[in-house]
Design a protein around this ligand. Structure first.
Ligand SMILES: C[S@@+](CC[C@H](N)C(=O)[O-])C[C@H]1O[C@@H](n2cnc3c(N)ncnc32)[C@H](O)[C@@H]1O
Length: 266
């Protein structure tokens, strides 16, 4: 199957025409996510090549095989690589993936759909941050989780960040939020997003206004939906797709409208 979010990745300006602006607008620190995933590995006593992550760290051998599914521009993948993990990149957006590949020059790169990836594992860790909200049907959600179960070795760690239903609904106030940046080319990009809640979905309208280096204005608008998760849904889906020891907690890094979810492949 091909998911809708994968087939439309090249239509969303934020993931394609304005991919260069992505890292100007998404600047939250990566450390909380990296620390949370490392802590989950340690807490679960997961071993890599017969050594716990704690032992590996002590020996400077921190080398789990890690798939960053929906890696975007590779901000977190690069941090995992810097720790010594062998990181593989996967994303449905060719433009964001190209930026990630530049950031992680030794990583294998897969332009693919998390719902039906063509690569094979096994990986010690699969991370998937901020991606599964874009899968809006039950079929797509289960397909992605089954893919992750297939790609992980038995006992491997899955770490997810998804949007929480109640907090996302509360934040969907319909107010426009605008950010402005200047790209290396000298072009100025003004990005405005507006989010409302409708039928258990976030409906997001985005507008990119770019004033290029010749002073000409280009405007692109895009409307899409995201489907946040409840803790119960995450537990049920992970259990029914082959995961064990599911833990659901608040989002890391003070992201109060997110859930941080970990599970072990059975
Ligand atoms: C909000 S961004 C998060 C990127 C990165 N994980 C981060 O935390 O910065 C969502 C990413 O998921 C990717 N994505 C969405 N649907 C996908 C799918 N079905 N398969 C693969 N990647 C997908 C998008 O292209 C985008 O890079």
């Amino acid at each position: 199957m091909t998911s809708q979010s994968a087939s439309t990745a090249s239509e969303r300006p934020f993931y394609d025409a304005h991919a260069e602006a992505y890292d100007h607008f998404i600047v939250d620190p990566v450390t909380p996510w990296i620390d949370a995933v490392e802590a989950a590995l340690t807490a679960r006593g997961l071993t890599v090549r017969g050594l716990t992550v704690h032992d590996l760290n002590a020996r400077g051998l921190n080398d789990a095989t890690l798939l960053d599914a929906g890696c975007g521009t590779g901000r977190h993948a690069a941090a995992f690589s810097a720790l010594g993990h062998e990181v593989t990149l996967l994303d449905a957006s060719a433009k964001l993936l190209a930026i990630a590949a530049r950031r992680c020059p030794t990583s294998p790169v897969h332009h693919d759909d998390v719902c039906n990836p063509s690569l094979s594992g096994p990986f010690d860790v699969v991370t998937c941050r901020g991606v599964l909200n874009d899968l809006t049907t039950d079929v797509e959600r289960d397909a992605a989780l089954r893919s992750f179960a297939r790609l992980l070795r038995p006992g491997g760690l899955l770490a997810l960040d998804v949007r929480d239903v109640e907090r996302s609904r509360a934040g969907a106030d319909g107010h426009p939020r605008t950010k402005t940046t200047t790209l290396n080319s000298g072009a100025v990009v003004i990005f405005t997003s507006r989010t409302v809640w409708c039928d258990d979905r976030l409906v997001v309208s985005e507008r990119h206004e770019e004033v290029d280096s010749h002073g000409e204005m280009h405007v692109q608008e895009y409307l899409f939906t995201m489907r946040p998760w409840t803790s119960e849904e995450a537990r049920d889906r992970l259990s029914s797709t082959g995961f064990e020891d599911v833990e659901v907690g608040p989002g890391v890094g003070g992201r109060s409208d997110r859930l941080f979810i970990t599970a072990t492949a059975g």
